[in-house]
Design a protein around this ligand. Structure first.
Ligand SMILES: Nc1ncnc2c1ncn2[C@@H]1O[C@H](COP(=O)(O)OP(=O)(O)O)[C@@H](O)[C@H]1O
Ligand SMILES: [Mg+2]
Length: 264
């Protein structure tokens, strides 16, 4: 018998941010009183350049330390809450909290295959001279790795990434291979051709449908309107409003004020 309550009882991981503040050189760039991410499968985080979106996500990963405040991860399925703002960045990925990079992190000296393999190398193999000799690292991830390479038409795995867009894509694939339960994507489609953007959006939808919480920062608002169930609007370090894509989109005063008429 099909149990139709299953869908209702799936709980997604959530992130709760309280009084989180970050300043650089005495200037406050993030000041978020109260924010929950992960109430909806896919949430958009939008706002003008310099609003603090990247900094806020880096604070969640603790790759930017907070001046003050608390960030908590509520895990799905009854696991107890964890105050992640007390934990080091390396704790995050093995516990399902993963973020892609806005700025392209390229490994010019690694082939496409090696660059992706970095994500699946267990900590004990994270010595470059050892990990690529470890057949186990490769074998465990081989099938999924090749699925992604095929899906994205990456071709010869032993060549080097050719374009900025391709390097961006490798970063996204590394995130996917980490089996994220809470995935934050910082402008994932910037620099990607339209057909690849569509493929990335489809993967994000599938991932969210399987229970992963996704937060996406994106400059291309069409991606946000298409993908998000809920949108947070951030400006000058604070989250000013949230609502359905339609609500945010219809709030022309705010959008025009911050993003310019062309974006609405
Ligand atoms: N490491 C840093 N040192 C100094 N200023 C920074 C640093 N990182 C970010 N900022 C500043 O913080 C503000 C917010 O930046 P950011 O979080 O990148 O915004 P967004 O991602 O919304 O465009 C910007 O004014 C930026 O210049
Ligand atoms: Mg940014």
């Amino acid at each position: 018998m099909v149990d139709d309550t299953t869908v209702e009882t799936v709980t997604r991981p959530q992130i709760h941010i309280q009084n989180a503040v970050k300043s650089f050189s005495g200037r406050v760039v993030v000041d978020v009183d109260e924010l929950t991410l992960g109430d909806h499968p896919i949430e958009g985080l939008i706002g003008p350049n310099g609003a603090g979106k990247t900094t806020l996500m880096r604070m969640i990963m603790h790759s930017t330390p907070l001046d003050r405040g608390t960030i908590t991860l509520s895990n799905a399925n009854g696991a107890s809450d964890v105050v992640i703002s007390d934990l080091p960045t390396y704790w995050m990925a093995p516990h399902g909290l993963v973020k892609s990079n806005q700025v392209i992190m390229d490994f010019d000296k690694l082939t496409i295959l090696d660059s992706i393999l970095l994500a699946v190398a267990a900590a004990k193999y994270e010595h470059p001279h050892r990990m690529f000799d470890e057949p186990q690292v490769y074998n465990d991830a081989e099938e999924r790795l090749h699925q992604y390479m095929e899906y994205f038409d990456l071709g010869d795995p032993y060549r080097f990434a050719g374009s900025a867009g391709e390097k961006k894509l490798l970063d996204i694939i590394r995130c996917l291979l980490l089996d994220p339960k809470f995935l934050m994507l910082d402008e994932p489609t910037a620099g990607l051709p339209e057909d690849v953007t569509d493929k990335v959006m489809q993967i994000i939808r599938d991932l969210a449908a399987s229970g992963t919480s996704v937060v996406i920062v994106e400059h291309d608002l069409n991606v946000i309107w298409n993908l998000s169930d809920d949108v947070h609007f951030m400006a000058e370090g604070s989250v000013l409003m949230h609502g359905s894509p339609e609500e945010i989109r219809d709030n022309k005063t705010v959008i025009e004020k911050y993003l310019g008429e062309g974006h609405v």
